[in-house]
Design a protein around this ligand. Structure first.
Ligand SMILES: Nc1ncnc2c1ncn2[C@@H]1O[C@H](COP(=O)(O)OP(=O)(O)OP(=O)(O)O)[C@@H](O)[C@H]1O
Ligand SMILES: [Mg+2]
Length: 338
């Protein structure tokens, strides 16, 4: 049998239409936190890419950078072939219409003194659309998210949490974006309401040909939504693959540990043992040298000669579209086993 050849990064997306791309993006905050520490990521038109990882690993910062709410310290963000990370003023505002964000807490992101109809159509204020057209668009969007016209004159406090998230989603769609970045959009909601919002997002994606970046620490929700998954650890993507591959055969020990903590993953081929993930991640001000995961790595413990783990910072590599930043990625699946 012939071994699968590793394909260089340039041709990996050959068959995909890339809509949004991060090229070696870094975001370093004034306090020295390397929130995003060198991420290259291509997002394909029409997909839902899940971004997962523990609290503080940089998911929101990456999401905000992808839609230029945050300027990268290094690297660039490219939308439909144009570099938007060096745009300013009007050009940037214009480009940003195509990239909208839905936030975790709809209540804090909705102005309590504004009526739902005005909240939803507000993004159109800057676009020179007149009042009548804005109202018509707000009604259309209220229907689209199944709130209905009666919601138009109500205030955020008069809606339930799920309905408020519907309003947040409607507002994100007002200017007809191609890409919607959802940052923990269901994390603040009850489980039954989560399912309704997930279903709404899926049906909107079909109707409107949307591309989603779906940020969540909840792997079960990501499993329902994502076609591809990127796993982040301390500001880096440590594994990226199709959702199926990630959930059935993880090739990074961090992913394997995250998965083992999820109760009853529906379609995993077998139930791996629970893998300990001791303590919290190190501070993003003091990222370990070599492999950044080595201080918590269960796989390293099982190796005869793990010296390379502390010596060399692994980059993403692997067969086909399944990429892992682990020197021993081919041992992960066997050793996590039952
Ligand atoms: N404006 C800021 N100034 C300084 N540090 C920041 C800022 N925003 C985020 N950070 C830090 O950057 C790191 C990444 O934060 P980020 O919010 O992107 O993580 P996250 O993965 O979204 O976490 P969570 O799951 O809790 O939402 C954290 O250490 C955080 O404290
Ligand atoms: Mg976050």
């Amino acid at each position: 049998m012939i071994e699968l050849q590793e394909r260089p990064a340039e041709t990996k997306s050959g068959t995909h239409d890339t809509i949004l791309e991060a090229r070696n993006v870094r975001v370093v905050f004034g306090n020295g936190v390397r929130a995003v520490d060198g991420i290259s990521l291509q997002i394909y038109r029409g997909e839902t890419i899940g971004i997962v990882g523990e609290s503080g690993c940089g998911k929101s910062t990456l999401g905000r950078t992808l839609c230029m709410l945050q300027t990268p310290t290094h690297g660039s963000v490219v939308l439909n072939g144009s570099t938007i990370s060096n745009m300013k003023g009007r050009r940037l505002r214009e480009a940003r219409k195509n990239l909208q964000m839905v936030f975790q807490d709809p209540y804090s992101s909705l102005n309590p003194r504004q009526r739902a109809g005005d909240i939803i159509s507000e993004p159109l204020l800057l676009t020179g659309v007149d009042k009548r057209q804005r109202q018509a668009r707000a009604h259309e969007l209220l229907d689209l998210v199944a709130i209905g016209a009666s919601g138009y004159s109500r205030f955020p406090r008069e809606f339930s949490g799920g309905q408020r998230q519907r309003i947040g989603i409607a507002r994100s769609l007002a200017a007809n974006p191609e890409v919607v970045i959802c940052d923990e959009p269901v994390s603040a909601l009850d489980v039954s309401v989560q399912a309704q919002i997930v279903n709404l997002l899926v049906s909107l994606q079909r109707k409107l040909n949307l591309t989603y970046v779906f940020i969540s620490h909840d792997l079960a929700v990501v499993r329902q939504m994502a076609t591809r998954v990127a796993v982040m650890y301390l500001g880096r993507i440590v594994e990226i693959a199709s959702a199926d591959s990630i959930f059935t055969t993880p090739r990074h020990p961090y992913t394997a540990a995250l998965l083992s903590a999820v109760p009853a993953m529906p379609s995993s081929s077998r139930k791996p043992r629970r893998i300990p993930l001791a303590g919290d991640p190190p501070s993003p001000m003091r990222i370990p040298s070599g492999c950044r995961f080595q201080t918590r790595c269960w796989l390293r413990e099982t190796l005869d000669s793990p010296e390379i783990c502390s010596a060399i910072d692994p980059t993403l590599s692997g067969a086909g579209d399944h990429q892992s930043a682990c020197h021993f990625q081919h041992h992960v699946d066997a050793r996590r086993g039952a």
